[in-house]
Write a protein that binds this ligand. Structure first.
Ligand SMILES: [Zn+2]
Length: 108
């Protein structure tokens, strides 16, 4: 197993797990609270593995399916009976600020 981190991973705040307040941990992803919440509850599902872009994850179909199953698990536990938003921003002009795959989950 190659444990050497790439420059992208070293510069990535989502790759430094010691600084993240983890709410929930799954096999392939973790859930954290967004530091700049847009609603009362604003979580981020981030992949454990650093993936530079959302397109990179789309190429790994099986991982993408596993991530979506973990997202479903979180929704069932935390916001099943609430109104909620699920948002993926791809690219700077679409609002993506951190180049590590993540999904926004928001509800009041
Ligand atoms: Zn990262």
């Amino acid at each position: 197993m190659n444990l050497k981190k790439t420059n992208n991973e070293l510069a990535c705040i989502f790759c430094d797990k010691s600084k993240l307040a983890i709410v929930k941990e799954y096999k392939n992803s973790i859930i954290i609270r967004d530091l700049f919440p847009k609603k009362k509850n604003h979580f981020l599902l981030i992949t454990k593995k650093h993936l530079d872009t959302n397109s990179e994850l789309l190429k790994i179909s099986i991982l993408y399916i596993r991530i979506l199953k973990e997202l479903k698990e979180f929704i069932l536990q935390y916001c099943l009976n609430k109104d909620y938003n699920i948002i993926i921003n791809k690219g700077k002009s679409a609002g993506q600020e951190i180049n590590h795959f993540h999904i926004h989950i928001l509800y009041d």
